[in-house]
Design a protein around this ligand. Structure first.
Ligand code: ACM
Length: 503
C-alpha cells in the first residue's frame, strides 16, 4: 500500500490506497449511472482531455457512478479504480465530490490518458466550506460567477457567499426599492463600470451552484457599507462620517472622500450608516430580506455588520438586534460579521463570521464568542490566513496588505479550532473571502484565489491528523493541479513555493 499523500489529490482524502498503474481512458470508454453525474463527468473529461466518454445504460460500463447512502457519509464517497472505475456517493453531493476526485486522478502520460489505480474512502471534516466573492467593489457577470463556481466546487467547497452591496454599488434587483439598481448599481471602485443581477440572473447563479452542490449566501451589508443605498434613497442613510484614517488613506490613494448622495468610488471604510432611529429603515431591511429570501433556497441571509464606524455603538447594537430578528421572521438564519456579537440581544441562533486574526486582537474573540453564547455558531475567516485579497508578497501587483502578506504556506498552516476559546462543535467550518477593491477582472480574481483557495479547501475538508496533511505533501499535490487549471482556463498564480507540474 502507498500512502494517500502520494496521490495527486487536493484536498487530501480521508483514506486512500494506491493500486499502481492506470486504467486507460479513451473514446471507447463507457460510463453509466446517475444521469447528472454522468453528464458532468463527460463534459469535464472532454474539457480536460479532449476525450468523449460514451454514455450507456449498461451497469457493466467501464465507469459506474451511483449513490448508496449505506456506502459513505453525507457528502462522502468511495472510489475504486482497477480494471474499471466505480464511484459510490453517500448522497448526490458525495457522488459529485467522488467525480471531482476522479478528475484529479485522470492523468496523461506517454501512453495517453488514464485514471490512476487505487481505492479512496472520503468524507469532509467540516460541513461548511465556503468562499466569498465581493461583486460590489467590482462587478462580475453571471457567466464569470458560474465559471468561478465550477472551479471552486471542484475543490469541494459547498458555500458561495456573494457580497451584494457596499458603498460603491448595489448589485441585486429588489422590486420594492427599484432605485437601488436603477440609480445605485452603475458605479464601482475606481470608476469601473458597475452592474447588477436581475432576479433571473441571480436564480441562474443559484441553480448553477446547486448543480455543483453549493449553497449561495447573499449578503446585504448593514448598517455600514451603505453609501450606495443613500445614492438611491437619501432618506435612508446618514451623512458620511469622516474619520482620520479615512481622510489620510484617501489622500494617500488619491481617492475623493465620500459625499452624501453622490457615488463613492474610493474604498475607504467606516463612513456610512443607515438611519437607525427611523422606522422606514426597518421596513427597508424587511423588504430586502424578504425578496432575497424568496429567491434563495439556502437557509442563510448575511446582514454584514462589519466596520460600522459611522454608527454609534448603542445604535449599532439596537440595529443588529432588530435586523437579526427580521431575518428569522422572514424564515432564514442570519449570518453576520463578528462585530455584531458586541450586541447583547442578537437573535438567538445567529451565525457569526470571525474575520479577526489567527491570534485574536482587541474585542474580536469576545464578540465572536457571544454568537455561541446565544446558541449560534461560527464560521472562521481569519483575515491573516483566509483572506484571498491579501497580497502573496509585498511586490505582488494585485491585492491589499492590511491583514498580512499571505503566501501559500501561510494560507495552509492554520487550525480553525485553535483561534477562539469556544467548543470545537461551535465551529461550523471556514470561509475564504475575496474582496475586490483591486481586482477589475475575473482573471485578476483568479490570480488571488488560485492556488490559495486550494489551501483553504484542504483545511476545511481533510482530517487534521491524516498522513500527508502537512505542507511538504500539500505543495507536491497542489503542483499537480496546474494542468487541470490550465485546461479549465484558470488564471492561477504560479507561486514559486510550489513545484508546478506539466501533466
Ligand atoms: C471585512 O473584511 N470588513 C469583513
Amino acid at each position: 500500500m502507498v500512502l494517500p499523500h502520494s496521490m495527486p489529490l487536493v484536498p487530501l482524502p480521508l483514506s486512500a490506497s494506491v493500486g499502481g498503474g492506470r486504467m486507460p481512458v479513451g473514446d471507447a470508454t463507457t460510463v453509466s449511472g446517475e444521469a447528472s453525474a454522468v453528464e458532468q463527468l463527460i463534459d469535464a473529461v472532454a474539457l480536460r482531455a479532449g476525450v468523449r466518454l460514451l454514455p450507456t445504460t449498461d451497469a457493466s460500463a467501464d465507469i459506474l457512478l451511483r449513490i448508496d447512502p449505506g456506502a459513505a457519509a453525507l457528502e462522502g464517497y468511495r472510489l475504486t479504480v482497477d480494471e474499471t472505475v466505480e464511484v459510490v456517493g453517500g448522497d448526490d453531493a458525495g457522488l459529485f465530490y467522488g467525480v471531482q476526485t476522479l478528475l484529479q486522478l485522470l492523468r496523461q502520460d506517454d501512453d495517453g490518458w488514464g485514471v490512476l489505480r487505487g481505492e479512496i474512502f472520503d468524507a469532509p471534516r467540516f460541513a461548511r466550506r465556503g468562499v466569498m466573492l465581493d461583486v460590489a467593489r467590482h462587478f462580475f457577470g453571471v457567466d464569470e460567477v458560474k465559471k468561478f463556481i465550477d472551479h471552486i466546487s471542484a475543490l469541494k467547497f459547498n458555500h458561495l457567499h456573494l457580497h451584494l452591496s457596499d458603498d460603491q454599488g448595489w448589485r441585486i434587483r429588489i422590486d420594492s426599492w427599484p432605485k437601488l439598481t436603477d440609480v445605485a448599481s452603475s458605479t464601482a471602485a475606481g470608476g469601473a463600470p458597475g452592474g447588477f443581477y436581475t432576479k433571473d440572473d441571480y436564480r441562474e447563479i443559484v441553480a448553477h451552484a446547486a448543480r455543483r452542490h453549493m449553497i449561495v449566501i447573499p449578503e446585504i451589508d448593514l448598517p455600514g457599507h451603505t453609501h450606495a443605498i443613500g445614492v438611491a434613497y437619501p432618506e435612508l442613510v446618514e451623512a458620511p462620517v469622516l474619520n482620520d484614517s479615512l481622510i489620510a488613506e484617501s489622500e494617500r490613494l488619491g481617492q475623493d472622500l465620500p459625499v452624501a448622495g453622490e457615488p463613492y468610488l474610493g474604498w475607504g471604510v467606516g463612513h456610512s450608516s443607515v438611519r437607525i432611529h427611523e422606522e422606514r429603515t426597518y421596513g427597508f431591511v424587511r423588504d430586502v430580506v424578504r425578496e432575497l429570501a424568496e429567491m434563495t433556497p439556502g437557509p442563510y441571509i448575511h446582514i454584514g455588520g462589519d466596520e460600522s464606524l459611522g454608527t454609534p455603538q448603542a445604535d449599532f447594537d439596537h440595529f443588529v438586534e432588530r435586523a437579526t430578528a427580521i431575518v428569522f421572521e422572514e424564515g432564514k438564519i442570519p449570518v453576520a460579521w463578528h462585530e455584531v456579537g458586541a450586541a447583547a440581544g442578537i437573535a438567538e441562533g445567529t451565525i457569526g463570521q470571525y474575520w479577526g486574526k489567527a491570534t485574536p486582537e482587541g474585542t474580536h474573540a469576545a464578540e465572536a464568542a457571544h454568537f455561541v453564547e446565544r446558541g449560534g455558531a461560527l464560521i472562521m475567516s481569519a483575515a491573516d490566513r483566509t483572506y484571498l485579497d491579501m497580497k502573496y508578497t509585498a511586490d505582488f501587483p494585485l491585492g491589499l496588505a492590511w491583514a498580512a502578506l499571505i503566501d501559500v504556506r501561510s494560507a495552509y498552516e492554520w487550525e480553525p479550532t485553535e483561534v477562539l476559546d469556544v467548543p470545537d462543535a461551535a465551529i461550523l467550518g471556514i470561509e475564504a473571502p475575496l474582496w475586490s477593491e483591486t481586482t477589475a477582472t475575473i482573471g485578476e480574481v483568479e490570480q488571488l484565489v488560485f492556488p490559495r483557495a486550494a489551501a483553504q479547501a484542504e483545511v476545511a475538508w481533510s482530517p487534521r491528523e491524516a498522513p500527508g496533511r502537512a505542507w511538504e505533501s500539500f505543495r507536491e499535490r497542489l503542483g499537480r493541479l496546474a494542468p487541470l487549471w490550465k485546461a479549465g482556463g484558470v488564471d492561477f498564480h504560479a507561486a514559486d513555493e510550489i513545484p508546478w507540474s506539466e501533466r
